[in-house]
Design a protein around this ligand. Sequence first.
Ligand code: A3P
Ligand code: MG
Length: 423
Amino acid sequence: MDQHGRKVHHPPSSYQNHKRNKDYESVSVNPEHKRVRQSHPPHHGGSPPVSSASPCRALSTRRQLYEKDFPVYKQPVEVGSFSLDGERRFFNDARQMRYFVKPHPRPNFDLRDGYKDRFVKRDDGVKEKLDHILRWILANRSKLQSSVSAASSSPALGVDIVTWRGHLTKLLTTPYETQEGWLLAATLFRGTLYISEVETEASRHDRDNRTERHEEMMYWGYKFEQYLCADDIKGSPNPVGVVNTNEAFCTVVQTKLADHKLLFSGEVDCRDGGPEAPAAPACYIELKTSAEICTPKQRSNFHRFKLLKWWAQSFLPGVPRIVAGFRDPDGLVVGTETIQISKISHLIKNEYNCWKPTVCMNFCCEFLSFVRTVVREDNPRVVHLFSWDPHQDVTYSVHRDTTYCFLPPWYVEGMASSSNPPH
Ligand code: A3P
Ligand code: MG
């Protein structure tokens, strides 16, 4: 796909022509310190290329390094889906799929309605890591493995990376992020890299210290979904029902970013249930809320900050459109608008020094290359923890048999028993 999400034919080596590893910097390693931190490398052509004899220790996030041709990104293909019910139980089916019902252009939805008395909030202190995706993989491994070549060098699952879409969204926006850092744990198991987020201290602190207003505003996005979604294809939304944020419908997609074969899952808000609707993921619709735009400054901020996150989240799984609700300070939706993902790069083009899709995708691609270069030991009990704070480089530390381990025994054992059929 190109940056707009259109199918394109790329010349065979448009990405590979760019020198690999040129944004990595090797530094001398003090054996006393496993974790190596480093300031930004000089950005002229003077640094030596990284050789296999001097493994790279840090990755720069400077935007300028990633202003290159858009990398090859294959059209994402939905390989399955799963559902989580009101108690967060996994089901290997689409029972939580919801259907989009077009709203009135000036709907006056009250997003505050039901916050006090019809809201079941997911416990965000429970860290599910990759568990739901792993459950989906175990239940569907014959589908995945059937396409794997017999070559012994191939990963058993036929993919290089397994993760959540949300983790990739964070990677895409990293070169432009100035507020929140991240921690990503990576484990190589049977030739596939699994990447799972670890909550940072700062994020934990923010979570424990949200204001009542912030808590309520987090509900507004889910309430907006309730006004626009029906449970059945011919049904209507039920605004007097309960909002339960445990419930989710997740798509599982497979795609390729340059030479990285990716399998990831992301929550989908709803689908177009009309007779003309295309196949998934093109039929999916992302729902979003944002503050009403009244001034040029507000429009500019919307383009610079909101649209970056919205674009990254939907572009990755190939969701082609967003239906946005614009709300006043009292939580009344005063207007709605459909935004095509393919048009976002045009919408932002008049903003001075704005974000660029190619920077986002090239950084993500280089990060995945970096992780694959660093993580060599195929062992479910080893975690490489990649850490990033705004204005810093990405660095990592290594952890063996610690609480950072995130591949559960049921998955490790399940994979072993599935791939070694008795002779
Ligand atoms: P909005 O998107 O309207 O903000 P998503 O849009 O990803 O489907 O998420 C649904 C809703 O979850 C969001 O609606 C918002 O209300 C809440 N939400 C998601 N991520 C959040 C975050 N990081 N902080 C606060 N609220 C969040
Ligand atoms: Mg949404």
